[in-house]
Each structure stands twice: as C-alpha cells, then as structure tokens.
Design a protein around this ligand. Structure first.
Ligand code: SF4
Length: 508
C-alpha cells in the first residue's frame, strides 16, 4: 500500500486496497495485539479500580479546563512569558508554518531537527520548511524511517507500525548501505549515527507538546528514545508547537495524565524520558535552549468548543489506545483514513478539521462496537461522536462555525425517503403486518422461482443505499412466519391442549 497521503474522500476504496495487503495486515495485527496485551498488564499493575478512578479524574480535569479554556490559556501565556519564553498565536496551519519558517530564518537556520509531533504533522510543517529551503530532519526513529521512505505516519504514536522489520532493513540497505539482513540493534545503531550528526548541525529544534501547565508556564514532552531531549537541549533555539487543547491548570494535574497516557498507549508505566521546559535556560552552563518559542495553534479547534458533543474530542491526549483496540484500524491501518489522525479518534477529528462533506466516509469507518470507548483513558464516547457526525453527514450539515459551509453536499434524498417509508411502515401495527406479509409474499415468489442468486446479484449492484449494504454483507431473508403469527398459533395450541385436544400440526 502506498504510504503517501491517500485521499480522505476515498476511505472505502483505500480500505479495500489495504484489505488486499496481507503483509500490512500481519504487521498491524502483531503490533496492535502486543500493545493491547501490554496495556492490560500495565493496568493490572495499578489495579483496575484505581485505574478507573484515574480515568474519571483525568476527564474531570479536561472538562473543567475546556469549559474555561481562554482563562487557562491566558494564564499559561502570562506564566511562560514571565519565565522568558516567547509565545505566538496561529489561527491556521498555514499561519503557523509561515511563523515557524520566519523564526527559523531569524535564527539563521539551515537544518532543523524535529521530534515527533502530531500537531506539526497536521500542519505539514516538514514540507513547508523544505519549501522555505530548510532541511527538516525527523529524529524519532519511526518518523525518521517514514521520512526516508517518503511516506506519512500511519499511527499517532507508532508512525511506522505498518512496516515489517524486513521492509525496514531493505530501506536502510538502500538509503544507508547497511546489511539487508541486519537485525534491529544494528539498524537502530545505523540510524543513531546519522541522527547524532544532524543534532550537532542543527540550529533550531522543533517539538510538539504533550501538556502545557497554566500555573507555571511549563511544557511537558514525553518520549522513549531521548531524541526529544536532544532536540530541546542541543540547538540554541527551540520552538514548541501546541494545540490550544494541551493546557492543564495545575502542575499536579500532570501526575494524573502521566499515569494514564503511557499505560494506555504503549503499556509502559512511564515513558523513558519526560522533559519539562519552563522558559529558556537561565544558566549558560545548564542544558536547554537559549531561546524558547511556543506556538499556540487553533487550526479549527475552537470550533469544536461550540457544542458539548464535539468539545469532548478536545479531551484527547493522543495516546493511540483507541487505534490499537479498533477492529477497523486493525484491518486497514492508518493510511486508509487519508489523514494524519487515523483510527476512531481520527474519524472524529478529521471531519471537523477538513469538513464533514470532504471526510463524509470516515464517521462510517466504525462498527460502533465501543472498544475505543472502553480503552480511552479520558473516557471519550467516540461511538456517540461518530453517530453525531453521521447525522451531520446525512443532513448535509457542517458543524456550527465551520468554514466548510460552501462544501455542503446535497443530503442523500433516497436514503431519507427510504427511512421515511420505513418510519411510516413501523409506526402502525396493521401497516407493519401488511408490509411484512407483502415482503414475505415477494420473497416466496423469488425462492419458488429459483431467482435467489439473480436477485442477490441485482441487489448487490443496486445504487445506494441497497448496493452499499449488500455489497459487503449477505442479504438475510425474512423468517417464513412473523413472531406475532407464531405467538398467536402457540396460544391457540395451548388452548387446545387445555381442552384435551391435540393441535392439528403441520405448521409448527
Ligand atoms: S480518543 Fe482516547 S484512546 Fe483515542 S487517542 Fe485520544 S485519548 Fe487515546
């Protein structure tokens, strides 16, 4: 499967292609199973009851913060600036990219090292910096592999989850001249050699932010490889990019999220590194950047705040657990979603970011089994959000405040008519019984006439909504007799038995 960003409008076709790739499906199955097992073990360690209490606590913090997000953001900015950081606001991804390119130019940068950040992926910062003549080097191993392969990430915490070890060894052999049979240790060492040189050459480091603390103006960056620590401490200038939803009120709130995020995402008790930056370094002999810039990005997030149902998606801490648990993601992987945010939370966020009209297939990329809701550490009711977005799709609406109103597409008239007829039929007992009897009569004609195969084939070719249903599912026949008819017959038979008579069978 191609790793470049696939069109978000074509999820169904992208998914079909992915389903035909057994190597991809094998890699996904192994990785998501492993993360699922590790997550369960890490939760057992805390105790299930304590973990549930932590989830409640985390969600309460998020809800309280989102209810007064402006206040907490202003406090964060004031505290960060008081400690010497320079804070910049960006309304859109383009605005943020221009701002970042300007800051890099101001620092005289030719090479920029980046640590893993979904927010910078969202605004396509790497490509924007390259367009400004800068070398932008990903330093997270997974991201670096993806960059070398000319692909995009397929998971929010494991960007190269779709790649097998053999594919990575072949890529390294091609790009770095390593042994095609090299093991994981040798491959990691080869990447480290290259990346150490890039760290030494870079004038600017760019990172994302996991949490921003309003009380102290600090930012927290979590990682496992030490590359974010290098990114924030070796170059003289550091720029951190954060979405507006990353702020938490108090420093002590971090303790709650630090217990939840690694356990939910990778099944770790704690990530290997936690870097907290509170302003640039004050002591010249200390580690850390001489200049710290923080770019606070909206890029559509403030629209999510309008309604309680969509506001919930801003509680996401990007742990990736819902991707690992999702039976759809496990089969098709991340590229099929055509977005940097794949999986269940991607199916919620992407339509809100790019427009419900454009990403109209994503809210349907779910069986609504609820596995995502079960594992989400901040208890986001993703199935409810998907149903809300399906309603927006069916009614041809964009969420309120959305700039995508011009992309409104006509509502599916056939589907609406079908549901109106269905609603009319099932709201009256007689109508329902007559309708069912008519359908059974038609079914009998089809069966007796030996037309089952032909009618099934015809239905599978029908225009939506029938074709969409029968294209991927068997069309189940109606039961030969309705429940009400069987119930009435059973009552009659009981009555006959009470009178000492034998029901004249045949029909039972
Ligand atoms: S929705 Fe929940 S489970 Fe999914 S990435 Fe966000 S926090 Fe994690």
């Amino acid at each position: 499967m191609s790793g470049s960003q696939l069109p978000v409008e074509r999820f169904d076709a992208n998914a079909r292609d992915a389903l035909g790739d057994p190597v991809l499906r094998g890699a996904l199955r192994r990785a998501t199973d492993l993360f699922g097992e590790r997550r369960r073990a890490a939760i057992d360690d805390v105790g299930a009851d304590d973990f549930e209490a932590l989830r409640d606590h985390a969600r309460a913090i998020k809800d309280a913060t989102l209810a007064h997000l402006d206040v907490h953001l202003e406090r964060f900015v004031a505290q960060a600036e008081a400690r010497g950081a320079k804070v910049h606001w960006a309304r859109t991804g383009d605005e943020a990219c221009e701002l970042l390119a300007g800051l890099c130019a101001g620092a005289g940068a030719k090479t920029v090292v980046k640590s893993k950040s979904m927010t910078t992926e969202e605004i396509e910062l790497g490509a924007a910096l390259e367009a400004h003549g800068l070398r932008s080097i990903e330093t997270d191993l997974g991201e670096w592999i993806i960059q070398q392969a000319g692909e995009v990430p397929s998971h929010i915490i494991v960007p190269a989850i779709h790649k097998t070890k053999a594919q990575i060894a072949a890529l390294f052999a091609d790009k770095l001249g390593t042994d095609p049979e090299a093991d994981e240790k040798a491959l990691t060492a080869a990447a480290r050699d290259v990346l150490r040189r890039e760290f030494a050459a870079a004038e600017v480091g760019i990172s994302g932010v996991n949490f921003a603390v309003a009380e102290t103006g600090s930012i927290l960056i979590l990682e496992n490889e030490g590359n974010a620590r290098f990114t924030t401490s070796l170059p003289k200038v550091h720029i951190a990019v954060m979405g507006i939803e990353k702020v938490v009120p108090r420093f002590e709130d971090l303790a709650v999220f630090l217990k939840l995020l690694p356990r939910s995402g990778t099944g770790q008790h704690l990530t290997s590194y936690q870097s907290i930056l509170t302003g640039p370094k004050q002591d010249p002999s200390a580690d850390g950047p001489e200049e710290l810039h923080i770019v606070v990005l909206d890029n559509g997030r403030s629209r999510f705040l309008d309604q309680a149902v969509t506001r919930a998606s801003l509680a996401c801490i990007r742990c990736g657990a819902c991707l690992n648990a999702c039976p759809v993601y496990q089969q098709v992987g991340g590229h099929a979603y055509g977005s940097v945010y794949p999986g269940p939370i991607g199916a919620v966020i992407t339509p809100q970011l790019v427009g419900v009209g454009k990403a109209s297939q994503l809210p349907y990329a779910s069986s609504l089994c609820g596995a995502c809701r079960e594992v989400c550490p901040v208890r986001i009711d993703i199935p409810a959000l998907l149903l809300h977005l399906r309603q927006e799709v069916t009614e041809g609406h964009e969420p309120s405040g959305s700039p995508f109103g011009a992309q409104r597409r006509p509502a599916k008239r056939g589907e609406r008519l079908g549901f109106r007829l269905w609603s009319f039929g099932v709201r009256g007992r007689l109508r329902y019984e007559w309708g069912s009897a008519l359908a059974r009569f038609g079914q009998r004609l089809v069966v007796r006439g030996g037309y089952v195969g032909k009618v099934g084939a015809l239905l599978s070719r029908l225009a939506p909504p029938l074709g969409a249903w029968t294209g991927t599912r068997d069309l189940r026949g109606l039961a030969p007799r309705s429940f009400r008819a069987r119930w009435r017959q059973e009552l009659r038979h009981q009555e006959l038995r009470r009178q000492g008579l034998t029901p004249s069978g045949g029909e039972r």
